[in-house]
Design a binder for this molecule. Structure first.
Ligand code: GLU
Length: 388
């Protein structure tokens, strides 16, 4: 799939256009696609074909991260565990299977010159802001360095009450974390239908969903549930689409049953596209402005205030005073010296660290707090100014 081939025409499907227009894509692959049901080993040929599709997307200037299931299924195969194994046995299977899984990805990527990077996340990493800023920075670095993150849940240590449990939602959170504009869920069906197409011949395929109404969400119920080796069914895919949508990320449900599933979509294969109304950055900024309660404030000098209005980051040198208590990643008010509120942003350092670096040059941060961190007090992407 060359990039010229990814350029689409007016007749192309909405799904093909979504791939062509995307900048950063998360591709989620379920266990039933990754693991060969007979050998219980990674499906080498299928994975390599998908790697070719990913290489083509990257050659066209798109960044790609993968969310791959399969650790538990592969580990169960190796350890000869039954499907109804105990939770601790499944967690043990994940430990064994995760390395088999990465070996599968390494082998699939190698002929295409791609470098996989194993990233194991827990729910805490995507929901607690302090950890999430860190996970985001690492994933950004991987993408900048040209590696392909291969993300899975850290099943071995995740506790039952604090885990995603299904990789559809993990993939949506990963997409949100890296501000992807497209989430592709490779499934064993080619999209959403009005009923289960395997049981109901009158079921109609829905190629484009622009609003996640209760009626659409209800289509994930019983009838559309998949017979997957993994955990996710249509309901979790719709939930993933909802998370992605609120993060400004469109979602595509695509069949992965044939090789080269992404190329197939480009060539017009059926899929369902869930559009997103905003861009990832706009959705992210709306979340900062709307859902977080600031726990403190950074009082900034006039020079810094002028820089913010021009769209720059807030540097420690521009911070004159700190109010309240906040942790790294918490929301803080940005105030001028005379008390006017300019906006809100996510603090790149905790309050005590901020107190040490205020008024100082960014190059001094490491000596003052013991690590370098973001190098700014609030990054420009993490701040929202109030309308003047
Ligand atoms: N994280 C699990 C695994 O790698 C899969 C979860 C899922 O199937 O969604 O085995």
């Amino acid at each position: 799939m060359t990039d010229a081939a990814v350029q689409t025409t007016a007749e192309s499907t909405a799904a093909a256009r979504a791939i062509a227009g995307a900048r950063r894509i998360v591709v989620k692959i379920g266990s039933s696609l990754v693991v060969d049901a007979k050998t219980r080993a990674p499906s080498a040929d299928w994975l390599e074909a998908l790697a070719a599709d990913i290489a083509a997307l990257r050659a066209g200037g798109r960044e790609v991260a993968v969310v791959s299931s399969g650790a538990v299924a592969l580990g169960r195969g190796r350890l000869k565990l039954a499907k109804n194994a105990r939770l601790d046995e499944k967690q043990a299977a994940a430990a064994v299977g995760q390395s088999l899984l990465m070996r599968g990805w390494e082998a699939a990527f190698q002929p295409h010159g791609l470098t996989p990077a194993q990233v194991l996340l827990t729910r805490d990493d995507t929901e607690r802001r302090r950890r999430w800023l860190n996970a985001r920075a690492t994933l950004e670095a991987l993408l900048t360095l040209g590696a392909v993150p291969v993300i899975n849940e850290n099943d071995t240590v995740a506790t039952e009450e604090l885990r995603y449990g299904d990789n559809d939602r993990l993939a949506a959170r990963a997409a949100q974390l890296i501000r992807a504009d497209l989430l592709i869920l490779l499934s064993d069906v080619d999209g959403l239908y009005t009923a289960d197409p395997r049981r109901d011949p009158t079921a109609e395929h829905l190629p484009l969903i622009e609003a996640l109404t209760p009626e659409i969400m209800a289509l994930g119920g019983g009838a559309n549930a998949e017979a997957d080796v993994g955990t996710g069914g249509m309901a979790t895919k719709l939930m993933a689409a909802r998370i992605a949508r609120s993060a400004g990320c469109a979602t595509l449900i695509v069949s992965g049953l044939q090789p080269h599933p992404l190329e197939a979509v480009r060539d017009g294969a059926r899929a369902t596209l869930f559009t997103a109304p905003a861009t990832p950055l706009a959705a992210y900024k709306q979340w900062i402005a709307g859902s977080l309660e600031p726990t403190g404030a950074l009082v900034i000098d006039d020079g810094a205030a002028a820089a913010l209005v021009k769209g720059r980051s807030l540097l420690p040198s521009g911070v004159a005073r700190i109010e309240g208590r906040f942790d790294k990643g918490d929301s803080v008010r940005l105030q001028t010296l005379d008390g006017a509120v300019l906006g809100v942003g996510l603090a790149a350092y905790a309050a005590d660290e901020m107190a040490r670096i205020q008024g100082r040059h960014s190059t001094e941060i490491e000596a003052l707090v013991g690590y370098k961190g973001a190098g700014v007090a609030v990054h420009r992407d993490d701040l929202v100014l109030e309308a003047p």
